[in-house]
Structures are given as C-alpha cells and as structure tokens.
Ligand binder design. Structure first.
Ligand code: M6R
Length: 606
C-alpha cells in the first residue's frame, strides 16, 4: 500500500509533488522518491524514511522539470531502503507502483535473459524493464497494453518516458487510481485527497483501464487498448484542515473527538423530533433479506463482530461475520436473500474491496459503512452509509471504530423495526439512550490519570490478555489490537469463557490481564472467569461500569469504572479506556504513535 502522484504541467512540479506525497504518507512511510523529466533526461531522488527526509535532500530543491511522478512506499518486496524506494527507472522509462506483481520472478528471469540490468530487490522494477523492452517494437499505447497484459497481481502505476515531455501514463488493476484536471495541467494520484489542493475535478479509473495524461487533455483506454470516455466528477472543493491543535498526537485528538463523531452520526441518522431512524432509502424490501454477512479487516472486522451481537439481539436475521482476506478466497455459498455489509474507514482496503467485488460479480446485495465517501468501496456498493467522523490520520483507528459501530447499531435498530422484531416502545427507549451516549463518552474520556498509571505495567510485561464475553468480546479484541499495534508488545484478546480451553496456561504470576465485565447479562460469568485468572497470579485490570452494587471479588489489582447506560451501548464506553491504555503505553515508550512501525493507514495490497 503505497501512494503515487503524477503531475504534467508547464510549471516546475517537484515542490507540488513533495506536498502531495505528504498527504499520501498515510499509505506508507518507509521511503519516498520523485522523478522528473528535464532536458531530455529522467532525474530521480529517493530517500529512506519519511517525505521530510526526501524534502531535506538538497538534490530535490534543485530538481527541474515540469512533468514528474512521486511515491511513498510501504515495502512488500525488498528492504525499506533508498535503493528499493520508487520511482524505478531505466534510461527511457520511470515508474511508480502501488500493488504487488506476483509473477515478477519469472518476468525478471526473462528480462535478464534479454540483457536488462536490475538495481533493486523490488517486484516493480520488472515493469520498468518490460515497458523498455516493449518500446523497442511498439508505440507507447501498445507497449503499455502489452506490458499490462503480462503482469499478474495488482497495480496502480504512474509512468513517464524520457522521449515524451508531455505525457504521463496511469494504469490500474486492483489498486485505486484517480486523475485530476487542472488549468493547463493534469494530475494522477492514488486518491482525490492527494489532488485536492490542485483540483476537485476527478475521474476514477476502473480495473483494467489505463490513461494517457497530457497537459491539456486526458485519454482513457480499456484493457485491450480501445479508447473510452469517462465521466468527470466534481467533488466538494472544501479542503479539510488537519492539525493536532494542542494535542501531541493525532491519535490523542481523535480519541477526544469521539463525542463529536457520535453526535454527527446521531444527527445524520436519528430523527430527533419523532424518535425514529433516518434511513429511508434502503434499496431492498424487508422480505428480500433474511441473512447478513459483515466483512472487514482489523478494527473494521471488530466492528463487524460487534454488530453481530446487536443484529442478533435486535433482529431475527441470521448474521455472519468474515475477515475479508479469508472470505475472498473461500468457496462461498452466495444466497439471493443475503445482504453483504462492508465496513472500512478508508474504503480502499484491498481485501475488503476484493470481497465486495466478488459479491457484486455474484449479483449480491451490497452495503458499505465507510468514512471516505469518494472511496472505491463506497463507489462500488449498492447502498452507502457514511460514518461522518472526519479524516482519521492516526494509523490506529479510534474515532472511526466508534463511528462504525454507531452506524451498525442504528442499522440493526432500523432492520429490527422494519422486520417488526422491535416493539415501538423498546425502539423509542433505545433511541433515547443513544442520544445520551455522546455525553457519557465525554465523561468517560476523563479517566486519564488511572490509565496512565497502569499503562507502564502493560508495556513492561512480556505480554497481556484482554478478556470479555458477549458484547464485550469484540471490544477485548480491539483493545488488544490497539496495544500491540502501538506498543509493540504481545497482547491477546480472548473470549473469557474460552480461557480454560488452553490460554489459561499462559497466565503466570504478575501477568497483566484486562477483564471487561460491565454489569450486563454476562457479568456474573465474566467475574467467575476473572477469579480463575486471579487465582493463577494474573494482575487484573477490571473495567466495568459505575453501579451501586459492590464488586464481589478479591485481589483485583486495579478497577476502572466507565459511565453507565443500557447494555447495548456499554461497548462504546468500554472502548475508551482501552484506546487510552494503548496510547499511554506507546507514549511512555516514546514510539511513533501516529505512524507505528511496519504499518500504514490504508492497506491497498492484499
Ligand atoms: O480502512 P479500513 O477500515 O478498511 O482498514 C482496516 C484495517 O487495516 C484497520 O482497521 C487497522 O486494523 C487499524 N490500523 C487498526 O487500528
């Protein structure tokens, strides 16, 4: 999952490319590079690490050229160093690539046999040499067509040519790619966000398409090289401002923004005056759906799992949950009366998109719960429910998680209502409680000092466990994911009732264990499981909700109490201390909280 940019202009482009690369850093940040064309030569500058490093490189400052491409990398093939950084160039061609070329080893063997010399360990370099080879006998369009046909795997490409001072080629299979239209200049980018400071007139390439970008016009082709026409979309020209304000990190800011995320979601989807739900345009009749499959990756998968508990509780639908990377390769039984819901913050996650694509190809009903409404997943789903949480910059998802589970909860209420599974009075009470939720989250956010104190124990331990049952189980998984992602310590989320079937063997004297035991239907059972780990020496951090009933248990190491609400909504509140635990653990270790090692915000490779 890398970010690519291309600009064909009559003004120098290097500074603008650098600025756009900064916006694309959420896609990868282990190296960056730029190539421009000037005086008939391809010039390349590449640096290990962040775009800041590239910018400091004195050669970039002096880079000339009115046409160029740039790249931020998340390494797939080869170490994250400056040699493997993109662009990759031969004398004639320079390429930036997002994706994976699966047959690169075979292609490399062929090209080496034809006398091509390779400099890097990347799969991308085969594209450079294949185009160079094909250009010996073909014109630009045919050489591109021939090259793309030979590639297996996924790609979004930006290509410039030594002998073509007014031409960038863009091509897409699997990985997203957009083109933008400006005044006597045109652009190529991984997404519209990277192009926003330059234009709001955008066209998205579909799978298999490629384009030729000149300064004054853009031509599009399908896989077999036939010219096609494409629509220009006019996006909102408002540019969102991103700054950390008084916060040290975007993640800290995004955690604190969660009451606003919930308020926005409630404003959008709840009809305040009538205590009803504002989702009127569902494109299917209620009797057309008898089961739901929720699909996502990482945190979004945890949202899906959370939603399963709600859909089962509030509707009579059959509910399945799947990890996108598993779903896409399994032998699925597609049933006409199934609704497939895809959950994704970015809307660009490669596995989630592939699962959606598979469902679309099988004629299934598809719905997207996404944050980025211009994303591929949103564009290709039949029905879209945006989460409206604003841009999330921190790689660790926080406000998008709460935004996702809010929309999924409201959708469960809506389907329960439509199917007659929920009595009017019950629905109205649930909506009333929901409206109180932003305030309760706001209050729960003030638990900092206790969390700061316990966080040292978690980041110094060899490993920790996060336990929960029922509604709290998906939250336990999410808490463990946050801790490992940010603090680089092993943390495992587990259903509390499963401990005795194996993982209890891990518990030893002093091991920190988070137990999520809110006063819900599972409370007593979870407390019993908590006793079992305490008896084996665990240091238990119990997270529950405020209640006048005393906790009947001894030897609990620490207790944190969140606000109280109805049992459906407790997961929202339990999430807050877990996000903060991960944040403070990483802060104490001095790690890069907004950009944890080895990760990227948008995972556009499988
Ligand atoms: O953009 P998506 O919601 O599709 O991303 C899915 C996951 O990559 C993402 O949630 C990831 O697990 C987060 N970094 C976790 O904090």
């Amino acid at each position: 999952m890398c970010g690519i940019i291309g600009i064909n202009s009559s003004k120098p482009v290097s500074a603008t490319i650098i600025n756009s690369l900064k916006k694309l850093e959420y896609r990868g940040y282990d190296s960056a590079g730029i190539a421009t064309l000037s005086s008939g030569l391809i010039n390349e500058v590449k640096s290990e690490g962040r775009v800041d490093n590239l910018e400091k490189n004195s050669s970039v400052l002096n880079m000339e050229g009115t046409i160029g491409i740039g790249h931020v990398r998340w390494a797939t093939h080869g170490l994250p160093n400056s040699i493997n950084a993109h662009p990759h160039s031969s004398q004639n061609v320079s390429v930036v690539h997002n994706g994976i070329i699966e047959n690169s080893t075979l292609l490399k063997k062929f090209l080496v046999g034809r006398g091509h010399k390779f400099k890097s360990q990347t799969d991308t370099e085969v594209i450079v040499h294949l185009i160079t080879e094909n250009l010996k006998t073909e014109n630009i369009v045919n050489s591109i067509k021939k090259t793309l046909k030979a590639l297996h795997g996924s790609f979004a490409l930006g290509i410039i040519f030594k002998d073509e001072p007014d031409l960038i080629v863009g091509a897409r299979r699997g990985s997203p790619l957009a083109v933008g239209y400006g005044p006597n200049e045109n652009y190529l980018g991984s997404d519209s966000y990277a192009l926003k400071s330059m234009t709001n007139k955008i066209t998205y390439l579909n799978d298999g398409e490629f384009c030729v970008i000149k300064k004054d016009h853009i031509e599009f082709f399908n896989e077999d090289g036939t010219k096609i026409n494409k629509k220009v979309l006019e996006l909102s020209s408002e540019e969102e401002k991103y700054d950390k304000g008084d916060y040290k990190h975007f993640m800290a800011k995004e955690i604190e923004e969660q009451p606003v995320t919930l308020k926005n979601g409630i404003k959008e989807y709840i009809d305040n005056a009538n205590n009803d739900i504002n989702i009127y345009n569902i494109p299917w009749e209620k009797n057309e759906i008898s089961s739901i499959t929720l699909i996502g990756c990482g945190t979004a998968y945890h949202s899906c799992l959370m939603a399963k508990y709600w859909f089962e509780e509030l509707t009579s639908l059959d509910v399945n949950v799947d990890i996108a990377s598993e779903f896409r390769y399994r032998k699925n039984r597609f049933k006409k009366d199934s609704l497939y819901i895809f959950v994704s913050q970015s809307g660009e996650t490669a596995d989630t998109y592939a699962a959606l694509d598979l469902c679309n190809k099988n004629g299934m009903k598809t719905c997207a719960v996404v944050n980025v409404i211009e994303s591929s997943i949103a564009r290709d789903s039949e029905f879209v429910l945006p989460i409206h949480c604003g841009t999330e910059i921190g790689v660790a998802s926080t406000k998008a998680f709460l935004g996702q589970i809010l929309i999924l909860y409201i959708l469960a209420l809506k389907l329960g209502q439509l199917r007659g599974d929920l009595e009017k009075k019950v629905l109205s009470e649930k909506i009333k409680s929901l409206k109180e939720l932003p305030k309760l989250v706001e209050k729960t956010l003030s638990i900092d000092s206790k969390i700061q104190n316990v966080s040292t124990t978690f980041n110094e331990a060899k490993g920790s466990m996060f336990l929960g049952r029922g509604f709290s189980y998906p939250i336990a998984l999410e808490g463990a994911l946050k801790l490992k992602e940010l603090s680089y310590v092993h943390a495992e989320g587990y259903p509390a009732g499963e401990m005795k079937h194996g993982p209890l063997a891990l518990i030893e004297e002093g091991m920190p264990v988070v137990v999520l035991a809110p006063r819900d239907n599972y409370y007593k059972k979870t407390i019993s499981n908590m006793q079992e780990v305490i008896a084996r020496g665990a240091k238990v951090l119990l997270i529950t909700n405020k209640s006048s009933d005393e906790i009947v248990s001894e030897n609990i190491w620490q207790t944190i109490e969140v606000e109280s609400t109805n049992q459906d909504l407790l997961p929202f509140l339990l999430t807050i201390p877990l996000q903060k635990l991960a944040y403070y653990s990483a802060l104490k270790k001095g790690f890069d909280i907004d950009k944890p090692r080895n990760l990227a915000k948008s995972v556009t490779v499988e």
